[in-house]
Design a protein around this ligand. Structure first.
Ligand SMILES: [Zn+2]
Length: 268
């Protein structure tokens, strides 16, 4: 679909407002881009608040990241966007933000890979955790590159998250889904454990995903989680190794309450 330059810039401004209003970025964080042809990318400028952009501040650059028109420089993360466009020609838009709950998982070193929510399995599949790289440098791209062929959403360790799509609203909604999933997973952790879907249930969702023509090779979800039904997620991979499997559901809740009561008694 051919989009007018005005429409592209308008949508970038709107998505900038949405990620700022939703608290996915603060200050001048985050960046957004849209690829409109083989060698043309519209991108947010460096150093400005994404919630307050105007259409004339959106920068046009080429596939080397060089500015083609305008006076502002493209985002310092343009290299990551270009890598994603080069690796997957079907990607036409990229959103990078620091949504706080998903970024909390990225800081804790926990990928959002278990198959838990049907809509997430269908629209995103697994959300892998790409190893840390210094923001604004080529270091950030290599760890993402190994996941890009089969995934549309990535956590960036100690940094944030990136989503891609065939158009900008699609990439933006993936960012919403990613953060929403992270919030639900966090609450489930707090309540005692994340119950993963069974392998059979995941296979049914995979078939729906295939019918919809969505990306990702099978199995896109964590097969370790698929082997068991209602498996609690460890609070961190290292802790899981150190402590062994955790009790499920009510047991974990009772254990947590007992621990708290004992601590309170000690202090009294
Ligand atoms: Zn960032």
């Amino acid at each position: 679909m051919i989009q007018s330059a005005f429409h592209v810039k308008r949508t970038i401004v709107e998505v900038g407002q949405r990620i700022y209003r939703n608290g996915y970025v603060v200050s001048s964080d985050g960046n957004i881009s849209v690829r409109t042809s083989e060698d043309r990318i519209w991108a947010t400028p460096s150093g400005l608040c994404k919630g307050m952009l105007t259409e004339d501040q959106v920068v046009l650059c080429d596939m080397d990241g060089k500015r083609v028109s305008g006076t502002l420089n493209p985002s310092s993360e343009i290299g990551m966007h270009l890598m994603l466009y080069r690796e997957r020609p079907d990607i036409r838009a990229v959103v990078h933000a620091h949504p706080p709950t998903a970024t909390g998982f990225a800081v804790a070193g926990i990928p959002l890979t278990p198959c838990v929510l049907p809509e997430v399995v269908i629209t995103l599949g697994q959300i892998p955790l790409a190893a840390y790289g210094t923001p604004g440098t080529p270091e950030i791209s290599d760890p993402i590159r190994k996941y890009v062929k089969d995934h549309d959403a990535f956590l960036l360790q100690n940094h944030g998250a990136t989503t891609v799509g065939p158009d900008l609203m699609n990439a933006y909604f993936k960012m919403e889904t990613l953060e929403h999933f992270a919030k639900i997973a966090l609450v489930a952790h707090q309540l005692g454990g994340v119950g993963a879907l069974s392998g059979a249930d995941v296979q049914k969702l995979m078939r729906i995903r295939e019918r919809l023509g969505l990306r990702g090779e099978l199995p896109i979800c964590d097969t370790r989680e698929m082997l068991k039904n209602r498996t609690p997620c460890p609070s961190s991979p290292h802790q899981a190794e150190a402590e062994g499997p955790k009790p499920e559901g009510d047991e974990a809740l009772v254990e947590a309450v007992v621990k708290r009561v004992l601590e309170a008694l000690k202090k009294a």
